[in-house]
Write a new protein. Sequence first.
Length: 264
Amino acid sequence: MTDLELPPRPRGRWKPWFALAVIVVITAITLSPQLGIAFSFDAIARNWQNGANKIFAMLQPDWAFFPRTIPPLLETLEMAVIATFVGSAISLPLCLWAARLTNPNRWGRGILRTILNIVRSIPDLLYASVLVAMVGVGALPGIIALLLFNIGIIVKMVSETIEANDAGPLEAGKAAGGTQLQINRAIALTDAAPSFINQTLYVLELNVRASTVLGLVGAGGLGLLIDAVRTFYRYDQLSLIILEILIVVVIIDSVSDAIRRRLV
């Protein structure tokens, strides 16, 4: 009769605890007064009354202000829709250009990816600030800023999805004598269509929220109105604008979800 031996303990059991310890140390350093951001609850405790008064004012929306918000709200939606669809149209061929499976030329891919990294590294609010100084106050600088923002996101996400797809159908197309353009049009676009639709709907939701912020620097939309009411401390009117943005975003999210279920 042989003695039963326990199996050896699995290796690497210390790794989750080590990762947790690293997170705790980094958090402590970040919140420390000497090395970090000097976060403290004292400021909240001292000034809570100011915040409570503003929150109380925001809980009483000024419904009489609603007619003045309609034109800026429509402009915000127009900016988001135009930027989304123009950006997606420009992004579609760039997605194929940026992916390894659909563009064997590594120099072309490298140049495009470098440009897109630069585009994504600049915040859309900074784009809008510069564009307002170049073309003036209005919806145009906001649309251009959102356009650049959309291209950076869609191309990155969709090109990564293309590279994660099975390369077998593309290789079969090459073996059948198809050119790269024919293979991309007949096979790669079909495989990338669900991801492309998802990303387009996603940036539409982002654009509605982002366009309201871009208006704070003069790029049109609800942001201009938000800046005006904030300047005069009309938190009751500000809460009405926030409520409208919330309703619009929820509606767009519901419509996007219905489209995804039908098309993807």
